[in-house]
Design a binder for this molecule. Structure first.
Ligand SMILES: Nc1nc2c(ncn2[C@@H]2O[C@H](COP(=O)(O)OP(=O)(O)OP(=O)(O)O)[C@@H](O)[C@H]2O)c(=O)[nH]1
Ligand SMILES: [Mg+2]
Length: 150
């Protein structure tokens, strides 16, 4: 197994409300970076991070799970977390150990569509590291730009 120098390792937590696209985004990152050679889909139960039978059946992440990509000689650990309210402790735990958070937002529904987004905002801000917001589904027609960046 390849050994990475600690200075080249980054830990990023994907957080955000349920169905915002975290698992699909993780899958796309793994595919683009070449960690896996096929683009796993949540709807087909073929993603790397939703591997549990229950997750595949429900099409929702139920526990934090880890995958990694190698990019520009950095090892980036991606922690995919659940957005469902009952499993938020998994996201909070991931934020405790992550260097940075990526707050994933559904560009069509917008950030104000679900009250829980504010909770994630607070969680991410409280986490020690930097964070940024990433909008999924922006290729869909009529994504609300104003609401997704507000
Ligand atoms: N069209 C489109 N659909 C997407 C996109 N990202 C995710 N989806 C779909 O949205 C649904 C939910 O995506 P997930 O990646 O499972 O969402 P999640 O944030 O991981 O949800 P939880 O695990 O419940 O927190 C799935 O049916 C995906 O196929 C996107 O960028 N475009
Ligand atoms: Mg998920």
């Amino acid at each position: 197994m390849k050994v990475y120098d600690a200075a080249t390792i980054r830990n990023i937590a994907l957080v955000g409300h349920t169905s915002s696209g975290k698992t699909q985004l993780a899958s796309a990152m793994l595919s683009v970076a070449g960690t896996v050679n096929r683009f796993g889909k949540v709807d087909e139960g073929t993603t790397v991070t939703d591997y549990d039978e229950e997750e595949i059946a429900r099409k929702h992440t139920l526990g934090a799970s880890l995958a990694f990509v190698e990019w520009n000689r950095q090892k980036i650990n991606i922690i995919d977390t659940p957005g469902i309210g009952n499993f938020l402790s998994e996201a909070r735990g991931a934020l405790q150990i992550a260097d940075a958070a990526l707050l994933v937002v559904d560009a069509v529904a917008g950030v104000s569509a679900r009250a829980s987004t504010a909770r994630f905002d607070r969680c991410a801000t409280r986490a020690a590291g930097p964070w940024c917001r990433f909008s999924c589904r922006s290729a869909k027609r009529n994504p609300s730009k104003a609401s997704s960046i507000s």
